[in-house]
Design a protein around this ligand. Structure first.
Ligand code: TYD
Length: 228
């Protein structure tokens, strides 16, 4: 049984064995998660198999019913006040963390969990949409990941990359994405002060080069060191 913890009295609000990919839309977080998954598959098979922890990749918004409501809002099919959307993201995150087979349960049994977006997305996107206070309040009891990887890309390039997607989402326009990039950069000290490791990766490079930079950060996490 995994209960929500009060982190107020903990020295560090960090969830070990947990890393997240963050960045504006079109920076390639989903591609990088897929590439990481392939790396784990390749490492774990064949005669050169090395011992890696089991990897679980996941994303927010999740595929559960709260996540589906959020996606419909992102597509513009449903419309909520920005504050309501901030609360929905937080509710989705609470289930993602503490629900059955959730992030806390999995990391607790030694899996390495990587999420495509997590609370930093709320501080950035909902911070822009409805001010910083509510997103910070809604997310302050959630643990921080051990590692936050921010894929950093000029929003002009990022928006160009996603221009051809059939389904447009409400945050996918240049002016908003310029603010998103700035906000991620501004938040780096906020997370570092709270004990999370934050690494910025230049997402202009080829997917392979980015994947290698990402892997070099991930492999330094304690869960990998313990196995060497
Ligand atoms: P994204 O992760 O890019 O997925 P897809 O490939 O399906 O578009 O899109 C999710 C969008 O939701 C993205 O614009 C960021 C936004 N978002 C928030 O505004 N707040 C959050 O807390 C999260 C997790 C995502």
């Amino acid at each position: 049984m995994y209960r929500e913890r009060s982190w107020y009295y903990a020295d560090m609000n960090i969830l070990t064995n947990f890393a997240v990919f963050e960045g504006g839309d079109g920076t390639g977080t989903s591609t990088q998660i897929e590439m990481l998954g392939r790396r784990f598959d390749e490492h774990g098979s064949g005669s050169f198999a090395v011992s890696l922890p089991p990897l679980f990749t996941t994303c927010e918004p999740t595929g559960n019913s709260i996540g589906r409501v959020i996606r419909s809002c992102l597509k513009g099919e449903t419309s909520f006040r920005p504050e309501t959307l901030a609360r929905l993201f937080a509710a989705d995150r609470g289930e993602h963390l503490y629900g059955p087979e959730g992030i806390v349960e999995r990391t607790g049994r030694g899996e390495f969990v990587v999420s495509d977006r997590y609370s930093p997305s709320s501080l950035v996107y909902q911070g822009i949409a409805c001010g910083n206070d509510l997103p910070r309040l809604l997310n302050e009891t959630f643990p921080l990941p051990e590692l936050i990887i921010i894929l950093d890309l000029d929003p002009h390039i990022a928006v160009e990359r996603i221009r051809h997607r059939e389904e447009k989402e409400i945050f996918e326009y240049l002016e908003f994405q310029i603010r998103v990039r700035r906000s991620y950069l501004d938040l780096i000290p906020y997370y570092r002060e709270r004990g999370a490791r934050v690494e910025l990766v230049d997402a202009r490079e080829s997917p392979e080069t980015v994947a290698l930079a990402v892997w070099n950060f991930i492999r330094e996490m304690p869960i990998f060191q313990e196995r060497e």
